[in-house]
Design a protein around this ligand. Sequence first.
Ligand code: SF4
Length: 438
Amino acid sequence: MEKVLFTKEMKDAGYTILIPDMCHIHFKIIREIMQNYGYNAEILYNTGQGVVDEGLKHVHNDTCYPALLVIGQMIDALKSGKYDIHKVALLLPQTGGGCRASNYISLLRKALEAMGWGFIPIISLNFSGLEKSPGFKLSLPFIRQLLAAVVYGDLLMLLDNQVKPYEVNRGDSAACVNMWVERLGRTFRENKGLSGKERRAALKAIVDSFARIPMKKEKKIKVGIVGEIYVKYAPLGNNNLEDFLYEQGCEVMLGGLIDFALYCTDTPIDTINIYGGSGLLRDGYRLVESYLSSLKDEMIEAVKRNSDFTPPSSFRHLKSKADGVIGTGCKMGEGWLLTAEIMELVELGYSNVICAQPFGCLPNHIVGKGMIRKIKGLVPSANIVPIDYDPGATRVNQENRIKLMLAVAAEELDGAPEARAESAAAEPEVRSEELGVN
Ligand code: SF4
């Protein structure tokens, strides 16, 4: 199959670059940045059975669910008639790790060929030189803006989740998010907001804006979400999990996207430490890791200024939460990060945790569902429910399982700790065949 590359001429001709949505807030900011760099980017929000059907038609149903959804979403969008298919390109991230996410692009090419659209170029967003796109260049200033967008997106997501359930006037928090997305887009357009000083000032201003929103003093059930990166964040992948929890009267916490970026830079360092490799490469990764860590630390410092908000912990602390629970050599999929995030959430008071797992994802069934018993042995207060997402799973089923978990959490909130013990005793064992889904 011939690879059709995205060229400079295509960029100059204003090709529309379609990107499947994952993190609502982050991707809106990233779109703004791409526009600033001359890329006509559009985030895909199409949902519904049509997306799943296209995915099932073009991707083998044994393949992991996120691949099926993003490819289904792209084909569904191309079929909608909304885009000139001769002036469109598709963008997919490639992690470059050993997991199947590195191979989604080949699956997408196959799907395009089957539709007779083999001429549509695919852009790989990767930092490991996997696939090249001559018309899509990641310059240093561009990368720095993208990384800043990740931190701003993490902060907006964190604060929105901590304010929305308590806001006196419904919609205040969402309006604050939109205002900041727009304002940050403008800042990036003017090539500002990149120095440490400007970034810290912007992070502080964001926290101050949310702190001004009138909030009710109420006790809510605190729920953490962990999981495979796509189903953890994407409303399409997790059937609007965050909205559902919000409607159920919960406060939600998710680990930030910066943690995944840090995990991706940290694991090669461990790999070189354990198995050997280029010391120069390791130093390079260390440099990037320390830059990313400093971005996260700036965000934590900004949140700490307001005692009403719960900041996440530093990446060093997050990684230390894996100690004695899972080896950091476990690095397929979300690897040790997922387990460490559960431990961190429990420590931060979000002891009710939903572990969102896609069908066909062996790595995350091991580091997620497979670790529940171990975690509960170490931290009995953890109330964890694994939820599987696949084309055949009904939303009602998923929501009922979550409601059961919330019922236990509500009793705990009302001061009935014995409910936890009963629930733990009733927790079904993780069967080996449930783990071997891949
Ligand atoms: S982490 Fe899971 S869902 Fe993601 S590519 Fe790997 S197997 Fe697929």
